[in-house]
Design a protein around this ligand. Structure first.
Ligand code: DGJ
Length: 503
């Protein structure tokens, strides 16, 4: 704003001087020409001089009036500009103080070495006494380790019985109970805000089954139960709306047959067809089908009818998300080519299929778990690396056009400690929720997977902000930040500031 006002004054100011000079110059030339013409004029010389004197006076008057007008205009712009600047900086300051608590940097200290006495005897029997974990991430994944227990505490966030002191506080990593007192089952999920019901809906994988390996070398898995839906007005207390898309228990040829894979369901609303459309990753036990599935419903709480699965653009598709833009166009973003790159393609107008237009990006970067959001006309995305259920380093990416080119900004994680930041706080991205009342603030939704007991995987919800001071050299090019900084702040306990719902 300051530079805009300054710039406009500068422009106006620069007009004043040339205008005066130009008039004076023109006058001089007119006078010269008139005098010169006078000798050749058919009018007597005295008349020409009188005319000249009169026109000179009115021109001078005109010039001074114009100059006064420009000065007045300039003054007006300056004062209203300053006023506007004052208002906007006051609004900015209020906004900053509201979001400041979200951006507090919290450090974490913890003992990496597990107390051997605390090792779970069952796991030691299963894995052998000498199967020592090697890194903090190994410790984290090892159910017999004390480090594992630290990240999967038994304490719960309970919106009903938690009491006033815990109201609205998120505790990333704790068991999160729904309003019936049961652990929320909505992994790899996403949130839809439904304008009609003015309610948030959280859809995710229901993993409430036994964890097992289909093959000795296969990933830990749970049979498909289906997609759960929870509703909330405040993004904190969630009511279970049931399983809105069920797994198939009998028909072995069905995509949703229990031994297959259904992951990362996301739902968007189609304004033209008035349908809620769900897209999800559909796979076989060994992750070789690599497809997307589509389901549809008339209501946000289902039931959803499963339509079909396909390989979009004839390409492999594993981790995926969908994104609905402000203009109603929607997109599918998916990991492809053996997870080595991401693809993006627009959906058809009814959101039930992809169009033919597709772009590859982040080629050879091996990214998955894409979570897309938009702020002030710029598209942002958080992705993870590809390390099965193990946490790894998140990256933020940005683009001015959703179809690309996409640029990588760096690791958005702030706070905790090195190992927290390099493991996305021991979690993996799944979705970013916009907060209408807090410009530039979002909720980063991630999963803290527990591969030894997938149903007990936890949720890591943290504040994400766009803007603020870039704190890494990589954010600069010739001392100018290229993109606003995307930051995800670690908090052991935090809540949304008042006013986050105002639009
Ligand atoms: C990582 C993906 O992000 C998850 O959704 C899931 O597919 C696991 N891999 C399976 O190992």
């Amino acid at each position: 704003m300051v530079s805009f006002v300054g710039f406009s004054n500068y422009l106006l100011g620069s007009q004043i001087i040339p205008l005066q000079l130009c008039c004076a110059d023109q006058l001089g030339r007119i006078s010269g020409t008139t005098m010169a013409m006078g000798t050749r004029s058919r009018h007597p010389k005295s008349l020409a001089l009188r005319c000249y004197a009169a026109s000179h006076r009115s021109l001078t008057l005109l010039v001074w009036s114009l100059a006064a007008l420009v000065i007045l205009l300039n003054f007006h712009l300056l004062t209203t500009g300053t006023h506007r600047e004052d208002l906007s900086s006051r609004a900015h300051e209020i906004h900053r103080s509201i979001v400041r608590e979200l951006e507090e940097v919290e450090e974490e200290m913890f003992q990496v070495k597990p107390a051997r006495s605390r090792r779970n005897p069952r796991a030691v029997r299963r894995k052998g006494e000498h199967s020592k974990p090697h890194s903090v991430v190994d410790e984290f994944l090892d159910e017999s380790s004390a480090v594992h227990d630290m990240f999967f505490p038994e304490t719960a966030m309970d919106p009903v019985h938690g009491g006033n002191d815990s109201m609205y506080f998120y505790h990333p990593g704790r068991v999160w109970l729904d309003t019936d007192g049961k652990p929320i089952q909505a992994h790899g999920g996403g949130v839809l805000y439904d304008e009609k019901t003015e309610t948030y809906y959280w859809y995710g994988e229901n993993k409430d089954g036994k964890t097992y390996k289909a093959h000795t070398k296969g990933a830990d898995r749970v049979d498909i139960v289906g997609v759960s839906c929870y509703s909330s007005k405040d993004l904190w207390a969630w009511k279970n709306e049931g399983v809105v898309l069920r797994g198939e228990v009998k028909n072995v040829t069905h995509d949703l047959y229990k031994s297959n894979v259904l992951e990362r369901p996301k739902v968007i609303y189609n304004d033209q067809t008035s349908k809620y459309v769900m897209w999800m990753h559909i796979d076989d036990t060994n992750y070789t089908k690599a497809s997307v599935g589509v389901a549809v419903s008339n209501s946000p709480t289902g039931p959803f009818s499963y339509l079909y699965s396909k390989r979009p653009h004839d390409c492999e598709s594993r981790d995926m998300t969908i994104f609905k833009d402000d203009n109603g166009k929607a997109y599918l973003i998916y990991s492809s080519e053996d997870n080595s790159e991401l693809h993006i393609g627009e959906l058809t107008d009814d959101y039930l299929d992809v169009t033919n237009d597709m772009r590859s990006f982040l080629i050879a970067q091996h990214r998955e778990a894409p979570a897309l959001f938009k702020f002030e006309g710029v598209y942002y995305m958080i992705t993870s690396g590809c390390t099965s259920w193990a946490p790894n380093t998140a990256l933020a990416h940005a683009a001015t056009s959703i179809m690309g080119p996409w640029e990588t900004l760096g690791n958005p994680c702030v706070g905790g400690n090195d190992i927290f930041r390099s493991t996305t706080f021991f979690s993996q991205s799944t979705f970013v929720v916009p907060l209408p009342g807090l410009r530039g603030s979002f909720i980063f939704m991630a999963d803290r997977w527990n591969p030894s007991e997938l149903r007990d995987s936890r949720y890591v919800w943290l504040p994400l902000t766009v803007g603020g001071l870039p704190d890494e050299a990589a954010d600069y090019s010739f001392m100018f930040p290229l993109w606003p900084r995307v930051s995800i702040y670690w908090h052991r306990r935090w809540r949304l500031p008042e006013g986050w719902t105002d639009s």
